[in-house]
Ligand binder design. Structure first.
Ligand code: OGA
Ligand code: NI
Length: 347
């Protein structure tokens, strides 16, 4: 039997729970004490590095940020703020449509495309306080606008344009990552499989939560793919990044993107760049919407450390694996810190 054919339990929309006005969080969403959020951790002056993508030194600042933090905020990135705002706005409208309309897009764990409320298929798992919408831009054989919401009417056109602009920006970041390793600017892209990359997006919708100190909007995880370009909510914070043993709450700059390294870039770079754990906390007063754009390597390519980065002093840290194999494993288990990439280790 195909274990990814359907969810192991009936899906409950977090938005419905939130809208029901319940004053307590159902036990399915209550995290063990060690995983619960801490709200007063570090002073808010501590923040992920900011990189001006137009700066002549961008490769070295990107490189430093991805070695030290695995994360940075990108400014001067070439995507116009009007498009960023209208993309956020169409998705906000979508999540505010009647539940019957959204349910017609319900997803399954086979591809995750569509409207979803859980990651992973483990029966009885503790769930996260968030709903999402997942869709593909590339390769073209996976792209199907029919699976994107038909409402609001401007959604498909706006999302198409957003996908094009974010793909360009991601290509630029991949060049900078390549240069930052001392390689030629096209090397990392070739490591991704050239033109045949996988591009997809998850729009995360975190409704307000009556007991935010007991749960998480998204459990700690590292992103499995290449790089992620996140457009955070323009008003509500919530993303936390692990740094030196603490959780740092990201303070988004207006009109900036948050970029982070995924597990496949850690593997390609032979762990010079790090995919870092992050999670999302929710709050009792406001909903939060974020758009995570994933730029991934070609999925059927055997991917291991780039030979230029392997030496006697620094042996290959990972065994080659395709992204398809890697992702299958993650799609069964759901978010689990960095345990997935750790288990790939060659020694
Ligand atoms: C993700 C993610 C962070 C956020 O979707 O992988 O880490 O702020 N999202 O929603
Ligand atoms: Ni993530």
């Amino acid at each position: 039997m195909d274990c990814l054919a359907d969810w192991p339990e009936q899906i409950v929309r977090v938005q419905s729970l939130s809208d029901s006005g319940a004053t307590i969080v159902p036990s399915r969403y209550i995290k063990p004490p060690a995983d619960r959020p801490c709200f007063e951790s570090l002073p808010c002056e501590v923040n992920i590095p900011v990189v001006d993508l137009g700066d002549p030194d961008a490769a070295s600042t990107v490189s430093k940020a991805c070695r030290d933090w695995g994360f940075f905020q990108a400014v001067n990135h070439g995507v116009c703020p009007e498009l960023m705002n209208s993309a956020r706005e169409v998705w906000r409208e979508f999540f505010h449509l009647p539940m019957e309309t959204k349910q017609t897009y319900s997803n399954s764990p086979k591809t995750y495309e569509g409207y979803g409320s859980r990651l992973g298929i483990e029966k009885g798992a503790i769930l996260d306080w968030g709903d999402y919408y997942y869709l593909h831009f590339s390769p073209l054989c996976l792209k199907s606008q029919a699976k994107w919401p038909a409402l609001p009417v401007s959604l498909r056109e706006t999302v198409e344009e957003y996908g094009k602009k974010l793909t360009k920006m991601s290509e630029r970041v991949i060049e900078l990552l390549s240069l930052g390793l001392g390689l030629d600017r096209g090397r990392m892209q070739r490591g991704f499989g050239g033109e045949e990359v996988g591009v997809c997006m998850r729009v995360n919708y975190y409704p307000s939560c009556p007991q935010p100190d007991l749960t998480l909007g998204l459990s700690s995880h590292s992103d499995p793919g290449g790089i992620t370009v996140l457009l955070p909510d323009d008003k509500v914070k919530g993303l936390q990044v692990r740094h030196g043993g603490s959780w740092v709450t990201v303070q988004p700059l207006s009109d900036a993107f948050i970029v982070n390294v995924g597990d496949q870039v850690q593997v390609l770079s032979n762990a010079i760049y790090r995919s870092v754990e992050h999670r999302v906390v929710v709050n009792s007063t406001a909903e939060r919407l974020s758009m995570a754009f994933f730029y991934n390597p070609r999925s059927d390519l055997l991917l291991g450390p780039m030979p230029e980065l392997v030496s006697q002093d620094r042996p290959a840290m990972y065994q080659p694996m395709t992204f398809d194999q890697y992702r299958l494993y993650i799609r069964k288990q759901g978010p689990r810190g960095k345990s997935h990439v750790e288990s790939l280790k060659a020694i």
